[in-house]
Design a binder for this molecule. Sequence first.
Ligand SMILES: Cc1ncc(C[n+]2csc(CCOP(=O)(O)OP(=O)(O)O)c2C)c(N)n1
Ligand code: SF4
Length: 385
Amino acid sequence: MADNKKKPTLPPGMGAAKKPTLPPGMGGAKKPTLPPGAKKPTLPPGAAGGDGSSALTRADFASDQDVRWCPGCGDYAILATVQRLMPELGVPRENTVFISGIGCSSRFPYYMNTYGMHSIHGRAPTIASGLKASRPELDVWIVTGDGDGLSIGGNHLIHIMRRNLNVQMILFNNQIYGLTKGQYSPTSEVGKVTKSTPFGSIDHPFNPSAVVLGADASFVARTMDRDPKHMKEMFERAHAHHGTGFVEVYQNCNIFNDGAFFQYTEKDSRPDRALYVEHGKPLTYADGKKGIRLDGFRLVSVDLESGQWSADDCLVYDETSRELATIISRVYWNPELPQPFGVFYREDRPTYEDQLHAQVQAVVKRAGKGSLNDLLTEGDTWEVH
Ligand SMILES: Cc1ncc(C[n+]2csc(CCOP(=O)(O)OP(=O)(O)O)c2C)c(N)n1
Ligand code: SF4
């Protein structure tokens, strides 16, 4: 907090002890039982037909839990966008799971009327990996923060990327630890003054998209809380991708890091400071007045009104190019250029669970079903006296 006059609205969980609210489906509600003789419904609840269309609405995906984020937090926009998207995906609620770690952002599963798990700090990718490997028919979403996903959970995050499970991960990047009241995070900028860096951070920050690209992520996108239309499109694209769909969201924490991304997200500065990257289109911004050219391996901004350059001279983006994805993600370090948003990279490669189940089937076909007991007692065993 810059001034001490205003009493801050506390992040969830930091106020006076309240009775904890339970995630959807975990309360006192009883499991419905069918009346004697009644047949099980053949269609999943809420599905209108077998064509993938859904009779559900956004409201059906909102749980009955009070949303306990600070008023004005960017998390609300992300929640609303996901709830708006859900009915369009046509996935039954009982097949949808949101798994999070710990943090303000990680309260997300409470607010979704789906299955969910507010799990262990940094371990959402791990739990999601186990669930997806054993129940591949489920639609699994991971929600994490820059602290949860890149500090304590950094290791877990990179391994799910290389394994490529077919899940979606939304990383709420607010460049701060919100829940614990404003300590610097692995994405905080050098010089950031926080409670844990009173003289300014000297840590070189992580750039999340470069981290996951380095871990061979098969889908990498960036969006912002202040552009719900773009955010929805990115979530939809990540969901459509067969593999780990990683979406970083620039999210405003108005209590502990207000305005961290305003130059990119606010209406007056956004045209000059944000670059929307689209597959097959030339990179232009500032309402078409400026463009981006590739000069060797460097991106440079050019004035499209000078008469010297036109949109035809600008780099046409190809989201299937790892080289371009690497170059575009590095713009993060260049304050001269507008910050890119959009799908940076997409690659089709086998998912972990597809390979796992194919392998299990092949071995069972060759060697038979086997017995767990035999497995545990075969080979080198010892008797301990
Ligand atoms: C094992 C463990 N270590 C540390 C903490 C304290 N802690 C809770 S949330 C958090 C960081 C949250 O930051 P972020 O993921 O950015 O989430 P935000 O609250 O900003 O949404 C930390 C360090 C904890 N709960 N458990
Ligand atoms: S991220 Fe910041 S604004 Fe949002 S709930 Fe947490 S502390 Fe409050």
